[in-house]
Design a protein around this ligand. Structure first.
Ligand code: ZN
Length: 345
């Protein structure tokens, strides 16, 4: 089958478009013909070998996590799916029997593996995954939209609904609204929870897109001070919740924008992973800082239910043929896109 894989770490030029063996169906798995695979920052880290993702070669590694496609084969032990079903794949494979998995908190599985990092991924014509990782999608949901869902909406569901328990009467500050996670954050906060959303972004064009998507106010961080504007927009009080998927660069300003008792969620560190935390403020203002990584299988089930109902709609910036994965990686490493970049095998 055609796939995009690496035989060494490096820049986008190390991505090889070529032939790899088709995955064999294991017990409890379904085999899926991939129709769309969505890029995530994680893919670029896996390619570059940074952020704890350095590995030894051979064997080569097929990159990519998120994808959607058609079920073409089903193992006897896989229940509930049949050939022809259109599905979206949750790229995080968990063990199913550790204490975290057994308690329904499989997002904390200590033996989890991520497609495209520890095992072959979705930049390919076919993948084989445990049936529990494949979720049927409705006819009106495109493969591209479905593929754009898992790694952007799972952390947002986990962060906003489970951990921060954002309420409809509260205000959330979403940093860097133009990335896939930012667009998911706006939708979960506004369309699912009904909270007030303040988004930060860098250009008037991106600000207009964020408002279209449901943001109530936008801060252009190249011209305005995030702390001051967020406080001004909340009557001097500060925001209830911050969604941070970008890390060090904006942490000090966004942290200072929290009201007393506010919650600060982190699910990515694109701009750097070290920041200074004022412990005095943390306890006197009774703030909460927490991290999330993806979400549980139950989160995924709920997200797909809302996707199928049309309540959320992933934002696609551009679709590339699989053979042009390197161009998509170059675009992702810049800042000139809004929403998700998708590959079509
Ligand atoms: Zn487990």
């Amino acid at each position: 089958m055609k796939a995009v894989y690496i035989e060494s770490h490096g820049g986008p030029e190390v991505l090889i478009y070529g032939d790899r063996p088709e995955p064999a169906l294991q017990a409890g798995e379904v085999k899926v013909r991939v129709r769309a695979a969505a890029l995530n920052r994680l893919d670029t880290y896996s390619r570059a070998g940074g952020r704890g993702l350095r590995r030894t070669f051979p064997p080569p590694l097929i990159l990519g996590g998120d994808c959607a496609g058609d079920v073409i084969d089903v193992d006897d032990a896989a229940v509930g799916l049949k050939p022809g079903d259109r599905v979206v794949i949750n790229p995080r494979i968990t063990c199913g029997r550790c204490p975290a998995c057994l308690s329904g908190r499989d997002d904390l599985c200590s033996h989890s593996r991520f497609m495209g990092t520890a095992l072959d991924g979705s930049y390919a014509e076919y993948v084989a995954v445990p049936a529990v990782n494949a979720h049927p999608i409705a006819d009106q949901v495109s493969y591209e939209e479905a593929a754009a869902v898992p790694t952007t909406f799972l952390p947002m569901w986990n962060m906003l609904i489970r951990r921060a328990r954002l309420q409809p009467w509260e205000t959330v500050l979403v940093l860097s609204a133009s990335a896939g996670v930012g667009t998911a954050a706006i939708q979960v906060a506004k369309k699912i929870i009904g909270a007030r959303v303040i988004a930060t972004t860098s250009t008037p064009e991106k600000a207009a897109r964020a408002l279209e998507l449901g943001a109530d106010a936008v801060i252009n961080y190249t011209e305005e001070d995030i702390t001051q504007r967020a406080k001004a927009l909340t009557g001097g009080l500060g925001v209830d919740v911050v969604v941070d998927h970008v890390g060090a660069e904006f942490f000090p300003k966004a942290y200072d924008a929290l009201r007393p008792g506010g919650r600060y969620g982190i699910c990515g560190v694109t701009t750097g992973y070290r920041a200074e935390l004022h412990l005095g403020n943390l306890f006197t203002r009774q703030l909460e800082v927490f991290g999330v990584f993806m979400g549980s299988k139950e989160d995924m089930r709920e997200i797909v239910a809302m996707l199928n109902r049309g309540a959320i709609r992933p934002v696609i910036d551009r679709v590339f043929p699989l053979s042009q994965a390197a161009d998509a990686h170059r675009l992702m490493e810049g800042r000139s896109f809004f929403g998700k970049l998708v590959l079509r095998p």
